[in-house]
Design a protein around this ligand. Structure first.
Ligand code: NAD
Length: 356
């Protein structure tokens, strides 16, 4: 099994090194090959997603990704910015289903900004469609307004669109995921206002009939944003489009205590996937060996489960993470009084030790 390892920029190389260490400790038949991506790739190859890196990603069974981006690339043309690498990988590999589990470990309840009784024991999954919606719909642009109150004034415009097959395939992903959990799917849309959402709701309701053992509910996105902080434990699986999912999944991140704890998976129709922490490259703490590597280590666990069919090994990693938290090891972002403060690499070592 071949893994493309793309560490990227900022804290990317530090945190990915810990995940690789954990994977190596499992002594699985994995061939891991590293390639530059993002700003690091621009520096050596003049493009954030050079052909060699894309070829490696295409040939691999799964991709372990760190993060991309740094302020020093902010003046580059948009198509050369590091962030284009992740968008390019999603597009070229048709990674349309984004899984973001939000779990609040009991040891970290105090690190959340919400009350312990609201978040303690939280375990929800956000399934976000990743290839469509207003981010990719055309036409889009900036023009002189052709009509309306401000005719002739400059206006920006985007197009929100979802085709029926796009909604169907993400619906199947969400219902199948719910079957492995508590069999509840909440579909989030804005069907009281948007045509796109009306079709979304109609298709979700139709596909739900094929999963009679899963309960489907619908919620408007504004209400979902509120319910996520009011009663997050009432959800099991949330399925939503690209724009709403982008916002809601970051909101859910904060329920868990730190963005440094949140893994993610982006899958194609054959479960080939790209696995990355939900956070960015954190240039403010890069190179200091203080970043939390657990989101990346948990992303590696998701990779074993979803793309490599190694659920037992995935569980070993997840249990090891729980063990180190129970032992009191904390990187700076999740540290509280009386705990053992550790560096990025020490946290990686602690997880390796906990594996056995
Ligand atoms: P960020 O997630 O990188 O950082 C936000 C805050 O969280 C910072 O204070 C950072 O120090 C902290 N943080 C993030 N990860 C952490 C970790 N593992 N441990 C401890 N603290 C952590 O978001 P940002 O600052 O908005 O963006 C920085 C760069 O990352 C930008 O260039 C942005 O475009 C890029 N970015 C990349 C991705 C990606 O690669 N998928 C995603 C989001 C942002």
């Amino acid at each position: 099994m071949k893994i493309a390892v793309l560490p990227g920029d900022g804290i990317g190389p530090e945190i990915v090194a810990q995940a690789v260490k954990v994977l190596e400790a499992l002594k699985l038949p994995l061939e891991m090959e590293t390639a530059p991506v993002g700003g690091a790739a621009y520096d050596v190859a003049g493009h954030p997603l050079p052909p060699a890196t894309l070829d490696l990603a295409k040939a691999a069974d799964a991709i372990l990704f760190g993060a991309v981006g740094d302020w020093k690339y902010d003046t580059l043309a948009r198509e050369l910015r590091p962030e284009q690498a992740i968008l390019g990988l999603r597009k070229h590999l048709s990674l349309f289903a984004n899984f973001r589990p939000a779990i609040c470990y009991k040891e970290l309840t105090a690190a959340s900004s919400l009350k312990p009784e609201i978040v303690g024991g939280l375990d929800i999954l956000i399934v976000r469609e990743l290839n469509g919606d207003i981010y990719f719909g055309s036409p889009k642009g900036i023009r002189n307004s052709p009509d309306g109150l401000f005719t002739g004034a400059r206006e920006g415009f985007d197009t929100m669109r979802y085709s029926e097959p796009e909604i169907e395939r993400i619906a199947h992903v969400a219902f199948a995921a719910a079957r492995k959990r508590n069999r509840k799917v909440c579909s989030v849309d804005k069907s009281n206002v948007l045509e796109t959402s009306q079709l979304w709701r109609e298709v979700m309701t139709r596909i739900a009939k094929e999963y009679s053992d899963v309960e489907l509910s619908h919620m408007y996105v504004d209400n979902a944003a509120m319910q996520l902080v009011r009663a997050p434990k009432s959800f099991d699986v949330i399925v939503t489009g690209n724009l709403f999912g982008d916002i809601l999944s970051d909101e859910a991140a904060m329920l868990t205590g730190s963005i440094g704890m949140l893994p993610s998976a982006s899958l194609d129709k054959n479960n080939k996937g790209l696995y990355e922490p939900s956070h960015g490259s954190a240039p403010d703490i890069a190179g200091k060996n203080i970043a939390n590597p657990l989101a990346t280590i948990l992303s590696a666990a998701m990779m074993l489960r979803f793309s490599l069919n190694l659920a037992n090994e995935a569980e070993r990693i997840e249990k090891a993470v729980q063990t180190v938290l129970a032992q009191g090891y904390r990187t700076a972002d999740i540290d509280t009084a009386g705990m053992k403060r550790v560096s990025t690499s020490e946290m990686g070592d602690a997880v390796v030790a906990a594996l056995s």
